[in-house]
Design a protein around this ligand. Sequence first.
Ligand code: NAD
Ligand code: FE2
Length: 373
Amino acid sequence: MEKMFLLKTEIHQFATVQEFFESQKLTKSDLIITNRFMAEGKLKGHVQNASLIFQEEYGSGEPTDEMVMSIKKDMPNDIQRIFAVGGGTVIDIAKFLVLESDGSIDEMIMKEKEYHKARELIVLPTTCGTGSEVTNVAIAELISRKTKKGLADDALYPDKAVLIPELVESLPYKFFATSSIDALVHAVESYLSPKASEYSKMFSCKAISMILKGYQTVIREGKDHWNQLADQFLMASNFAGIAFGNAGCAAVHAMSYPLGGTYHIPHGEANQLMFEAVLRMYERKDPHGRLDDLKEVLANELQVEKETSLNALYHLMDQILVRKPLCTYGIRKEELPVFTESVIEGQQRLLNNNYVELSYEEMMQIYTSVYDK
Ligand SMILES: NC(=O)c1ccc[n+]([C@@H]2O[C@H](COP(=O)([O-])OP(=O)(O)OC[C@H]3O[C@@H](n4cnc5c(N)ncnc54)[C@H](O)[C@@H]3O)[C@@H](O)[C@H]2O)c1
Ligand SMILES: [Fe+2]
């Protein structure tokens, strides 16, 4: 008997931040992890009774093991509920803090033991990408290992995900682009995963459809238009999170992690750098299978011929977020074998979900194909 589908997190939607926090009756035993611009912006006047931590005071960019450890040291005692109000960075930090553990983050991720949940987790996403509000995964850069790695444990499922579109509206275009590309990659990778079920595929397809419709509107109406679709992108990202929370992500994510870890390329941008090259390799190895179904889904959404639908998808994504060759980020060619080895050694959790198996040589070909063009 195989498990087909699981959604552990309650999903709520509120029209305004005010309405949500009025329903919560915050006290000092509630910890809000967020950014200062949120506390002084949309959250102002609603969270003064809670304990507050601002993520950016512990370092810039996406979570590192050191950042999480410093925040953990500063967390007040007796916190009962953690509210994460932010993008994947803030959400994943909060997830680590929910667990009872006295080891380092590196140990927590590498040892893969069972964890106990010590407090409630309520997540209010402010980007439209990670889907982390409904998954059991938390990801951090392990500084000494020069890569990112995820901890997957059921104790990490948030208790509640609260979707409030007005929280997302202030997102700058660049992070709208990187986070929504991440959501699209979640939807596609989970659709192609051997673990996909009819249930997860339904969420993948709906997310793909909503994101592609949104992208077409943004390209037609102009970049400033995206935040009028914030509610659609927020929900699409949540659907994609539900899909990959069940069926998993795969090689695109696995191969993007050394880029995020070593070169601090934002997660969605790093995914976009690997996406086409991985799918081209999949197509070369097995053009039939689920990839053929995906082409049909895309052809219907983009109103193009099935055989050109993947190219149409790559083109659309490039219009949302411009891609640059890996060499322009300062990556050296000699590092590509190191990246490949680190993916094979450290990302088996994701590689197990590949549409087809990829060898060392094939992963090297993928990295090389996006290195200088
Ligand atoms: N745990 C999971 O299941 C999962 C899944 C996918 C990605 N991730 C992780 O999520 C992280 C990326 O998250 P992200 O793409 O949401 O970006 P992010 O959280 O890193 O945010 C990107 C930038 O946008 C800013 N920002 C966020 N919300 C804003 C708003 N409403 N207005 C103005 N500025 C805002 C942030 O301060 C930051 O500077 C990566 O570390 C990635 O590994 C986790
Ligand atoms: Fe992702």
